[in-house]
Design a protein around this ligand. Structure first.
Ligand SMILES: CC(C)(COP(=O)(O)OP(=O)(O)OC[C@H]1O[C@@H](n2cnc3c(N)ncnc32)[C@H](O)[C@@H]1OP(=O)(O)O)[C@@H](O)C(=O)NCCC(=O)NCCS
Length: 127
């Protein structure tokens, strides 16, 4: 049963500027090591970082009240399966919220072009 959906669009230049201005401080506050490593090995790294930022926002929107609680950005992590399909892992407070709500799966999808990255998230619960 679908119990939540979220979508977000991010301007890639904003992520690029924040990375250039705040350097590691911004990167490490928002992204996990795995996300940084994945993006760095791509020719257009900022597209992938921006898509991961959009994915985090989309997941929070899908939870609905995710914003009102204290959530660290790194509690939401995007991985890629061998096929390239993205999956999301949750940690800390958000993982607890996921378990409390009986959410068994979170389906995400990402896309990026020259200027924008988008992501959607769908929460699936038992039943
Ligand atoms: C996967 C595919 C649809 C991506 O589309 P695209 O227009 O090139 O690029 P987009 O910007 O729209 O999407 C890129 C995102 O698609 C997602 N993606 C990649 N492979 C995927 C897959 N197999 N299933 C679902 N999502 C996938 C990733 O999240 C990627 O972003 P990321 O690298 O930052 O994580 C495209 O590469 C394709 O059609 N491939 C042919 C099928 C294929 O080769 N499948 C893989 C083997 S099963």
């Amino acid at each position: 049963m679908i119990i939540g959906t979220g979508i977000d669009i991010v301007e890639i230049s904003r992520v690029k500027n924040a990375c250039r201005k705040w350097k590691d401080k911004f990167l490490k506050r928002i992204f996990t090591e795995k996300e940084i490593e994945y993006s760095r090995q791509k020719p257009f790294s900022f597209q992938h970082l921006a898509a991961r930022f959009a994915a985090k926002e989309a997941v929070l929107k899908a939870f609905g009240d995710g914003f009102s609680k204290r959530v660290e950005w790194t509690e939401i992590e995007v991985w890629n399966e061998k096929s390239g399909r993205p999956i999301v892992k949750l940690y800390g407070h958000l993982k607890q919220l996921k378990d409390d709500r009986g959410i068994k799966d979170i389906i995400i999808s990402l896309s990026h072009a020259r200027n924008y990255a988008v992501a959607s998230a769908i929460l699936i619960a038992e039943g």
